[in-house]
Design a protein around this ligand. Structure first.
Ligand SMILES: [Fe+2]
Length: 171
């Protein structure tokens, strides 16, 4: 199903806008996507759904977990919330790799968002909630997991806020 919508863009490696446009209108079958991955206790687990020269489509299964604070190298990202609520916090740089929060919002299943390469944020199951969520992400160009810049949050007293990050990738 997913290849039906995005497959043609595999032949258009430089046409990021067209791939993003298709992604915005893609119809996601939640049951089908659930069969593409699984939850792992206390982790966020990434599953490659489709890939072309210009983009990669990843499903992320979140189990009571938030991502590290990260940027996206030079990659733009659009994502859909497929199941469960997702909390996103955006940050601004204080200095070096230290950041402070700017805004937090809750995204519901069916909602979408996008971020550019320089956007710094964290995503995950809402803090303080023991739950599971599934998101589907299109990265253009392909974002290597190791290419993401990782940041540390500082509080108002300039003390570093300790975060928990456990991530696994599955193909
Ligand atoms: Fe991100």
């Amino acid at each position: 199903m997913i290849h039906t919508h995005l497959g043609p863009f595999a032949q258009l490696p430089d046409n990021k806008a067209e791939a993003s446009k298709a992604f915005r209108h893609i119809e996601i079958d939640e049951a089908e996507l659930r069969r593409c991955g699984h939850f792992e206790h206390g982790l966020r687990t990434r599953f490659e759904i489709a890939k072309a020269e210009a983009w990669i489509l990843l499903a992320i299964f979140w189990d009571n977990m938030q991502s590290p604070i990260h940027d996206h190298d030079s990659s733009d990202c659009g994502f859909h919330v497929i199941a469960g609520d997702v909390e996103e916090t955006r940050y601004k740089i204080v200095r070096d790799d230290l950041v402070s929060p700017v805004a937090t919002r809750i995204l519901k299943p069916g909602e979408s968002a996008k971020s550019t390469g320089e956007s710094i944020h964290t995503l995950g199951v809402p803090k303080g909630v023991a739950g599971q969520s599934i998101t589907l992400h299109l990265y253009c160009p392909i974002l290597g997991y190791d290419a993401m810049g990782i940041y540390r949050e500082v509080d108002a007293a300039d003390a570093i806020v300790v975060k928990n990050d456990k991530t696994t990738s599955r193909r």
